[in-house]
Design a binder for this molecule. Structure first.
Ligand code: GLY
Length: 384
């Protein structure tokens, strides 16, 4: 082995330095694995940088997704320990706060819809409760006084995804993880290109490892370096968000606030993130007047005080959507190649459990709690 080859050899190569790739590197390195993370752009600059960071398995629960709920709850339970370890390693604040969430109905139709969501939550034994208008405003005095009612979810929490990425970037090198700026151009395989994966070819040379974890986010479905037979059914789902600056001493809200059409996610320094549109627009990442207008209008309807806040920014990102809204985490038909993508609306929430899953898979285990995320599931449905 030449010194160059040795330098570029590790136990695991992770492709993609969004929060998912970084969380995988975190868990792998905590198990003593040497890890190289390959990223074409800056770490965390994709969907991670746009995400509000709601850790809201209960408030964001939708109909017909019980397996996803289970995975989301598992990851939510892992969050405090994950954050404590990252913050202890760096001394950096990741913005993780157990704020709870208040989901607001602003008229009778919205109240009927919100009660359906509450019934769904209660049917799973989740801890949510209905509040009348006065009780809701006792908790969040800024909410529009004409509200019809609200659902309080005390368990939901929030993190600042950008701050978390910064903390991981600071912590990972101390654990021997190398984050390399390089675009992946192909996989290196044994047996004339048809055998197990043993590394990745990149614009910065070859990186060899007996396990490659592909975490390319919304690009997974078009990533040419992934062989077509295992390329997952992942599509980009555009989300626009607006950032407003306010007063840390007198924040407009303490909790995550949500309505049918918008959420307001508070940051510890008084900023809020208004999110998010859900648009099937391919890889278009333009911020539009209509998108910003909708977010501001709906947020203002719920929380009129936002009108006094300073406009900071509006950005758009691409969620990696899948046909069943559940991520794709697991082994592929190609030995040594693991997929970790397709997290759709739950990428930040699912980071710790995805890191854990990837580390278990690399260690040769197949956790039973990962059954719903099997990368082969869409192909099986197509052929049956
Ligand atoms: N998790 C919220 C969103 O994707 O907009």
């Amino acid at each position: 082995m030449t010194p160059e080859t040795q330098k570029n050899s590790s136990d695991v190569v992770v492709v993609g330095a969004g929060l998912i790739g970084l969380a995988a590197a975190w868990e792998l390195s905590s198990r003593g694995k040497s890890v190289v993370v390959l990223e074409r752009e800056a770490p965390g600059c994709g969907a991670t940088s746009v995400a509000a960071g709601m850790l809201a398995p209960i408030g964001e629960l939708d109909f017909g997704e019980p397996e996803l709920l289970e995975l989301n709850l598992r990851s939510r339970r892992l969050y405090p320990e994950f954050i404590a370890a990252v913050e202890a390693a760096t001394g950096l604040d990741t913005g993780f706060r157990h704020t709870g969430a208040l989901h607001v109905a602003l008229d009778r139709d919205e109240a009927a819809e919100l009660k359906r969501s509450l019934d769904l939550q209660l049917s799973f034994g989740l801890d949510s409760k209905w509040l009348g208008p006065m009780a809701a405003r006792d908790l969040e005095p800024g909410v529009n006084p004409s509200l019809a009612g609200a659902v309080l979810v005390e368990e939901d929490a929030i993190v600042d995804p950008r701050a978390l990425v910064e903390a991981l970037r600071a912590a990972l090198p101390d654990r021997g993880v190398r984050i390399v700026t390089a675009g992946v151009t192909g996989l290196i395989r044994e047996g004339e290109g048809a055998g197990p994966v043993v590394g990745a070819e990149t614009t910065a040379g070859d990186f060899r490892a007996p396990a490659v974890v592909a975490a390319p986010g919304a690009e997974a479905g078009i990533a040419k370096w992934l062989p077509e037979e295992i390329r997952p059914s992942v599509r980009p789902v555009k989300g626009q968000v607006v950032e407003l600056r306010g007063d840390a001493e007198g924040p407009v809200c303490q909790r995550i606030l949500g309505s049918e059409r918008v959420y307001v996610a508070p940051r510890p320094d008084g900023r809020v993130i208004l999110g998010a549109t859900v648009e099937e627009m391919g890889f278009d990442r333009r911020v539009t007047g209509g998108g910003v207008h909708e977010l501001l209008r709906e947020a203002y309807r719920m929380l009129p005080d936002i009108a006094e806040m300073e406009f900071v920014d509006a950005i758009a990102g691409l969620r990696p959507g899948t046909p069943d809204n559940t991520p794709v985490i697991g082994r592929t038909a190609i030995d040594g190649l693991i997929l970790a993508t397709g997290h759709y609306r739950n990428g930040i929430l699912l980071a710790p459990v995805t890191g854990l899953a990837v580390a278990e898979l690399v260690d040769g285990h197949d956790p039973e709690w990962l059954a719903a995320t099997d990368p082969g599931r869409f192909r099986e449905r197509e052929t049956s």
